[in-house]
Design a protein around this ligand. Sequence first.
Ligand code: GLU
Length: 444
Amino acid sequence: MKANEVLDNLKRRFPNEPEYHQAVSEVLATIEEAYNEHPEFEKSNLIERLCIPDRIFSFRVTWMDDKGQIQTNMGYRIQHNNAIGPYKGGIRFHASVNQSILKFLAFEQTFKNSLTTLPMGGGKGGSDFSPRGKSNAEIMRFCQAFVLELWRHIGPDTDVPAGDIGVGGREVAYMYGMYKKLARENTGTFTGKGIEFGGSLVRPEATGYGNVYFLLQMLKTKGIDIKGKTVCVSGSGNVAQYTVEKLISLGAKVVTMSDSDGYIYDPDGIDRAKLDYIMELKNLYRGRIREYAEEYGCKYVAGARPWGEKCDIAMPSATQNELNGEDAKTLLANGCFAVSEGANMPSTPEAIEVFLAAKILYAPGKAANAGGVSVSGLEMTQNAQKLSWSSEEVDQKLQSIMENIHGQCVKYGKQEDGYVNYVKGANVAGFMKVAKAMMAQGII
Ligand code: GLU
């Protein structure tokens, strides 16, 4: 089947899955050339096999809330592709979670993990459970009930889950605790674990730091210094927080952060003390970003995203499709020259088109946010060796992985005029490795 026929075919067979179609369509549009150079791929129907997940588990999760009422949610695990290593990818808890969203994430994860140079396949899981407003006890009971179903499908060499939106250290710990009880083993089947029970140093920081390391690589190609640059960051979760931390330490000025209710604009820049306030607000009190504006007397815009504010660099770090074509045009009009994605698929196809047409530095999430899963891979290595590395060692490895991913993007994405199309570079580099591994292993 030809690459363009595959998408039509998937749309017909899996209707009502727009996010999945969007992720597949972005990749297919960029790998066509590489695909056509290998007629053996078409003969073995490789693209279709690569786009359709190996398997999908879906299950009901039943738990009791604090009022004693019995609640049900849906739980899923998508094992997308394990050609280069065990399925690997996070778990998302959010009211919006459905099969389409998890299929897009598992598909993206497969390419991302391939880029990391570590032996990890792609997977994703989650639930439409919303952690918002839930007590700690409710979170624990839900995590335990979720793992009661999930545990039979995962293992250190088969499928290794981690965190994502709505799942951080607390949730991973509750899930891992239950997993160990059921599986009777201590081999580190989750990553993002606490440091006391097999977690890796720098894992919490890894996605945000990694995104900044990738950005630095892009800026280097143009001889631009990050110091003094104004940056708009969206989100205020794990990824956004450590993106801001690294940016501050490098002398950049971060003027925005957001949550699903709105964004704050601080023209003086978020400094270390203000970031500490946000970390406490979000990680401990689980409050809203609006409270930052009240605390520091700055602007808060309800129900909007920060892309209308003037900046040199934008780092979308909240969620999928949070930056559309109009936002992209506004950013460009305001002088933005670099966009590096901390979230998965935050830019819509229209936005990507605008960035590429303007030939600005634009890094898609599957390259720029791969630092998180990379350190997850390093956590797996440490668990397998039954030892732990220092933060310097992990951070050093993270930096070289991000540099390597950047190198792969340049290798496969550099155009004749010298412009680096990081979307194409990341997709082709990620695709070629998985494709070759699949071809070598036969029709399975
Ligand atoms: N959820 C993160 C991602 O999108 C991390 C996955 C992991 O560490 O396995 O890459």
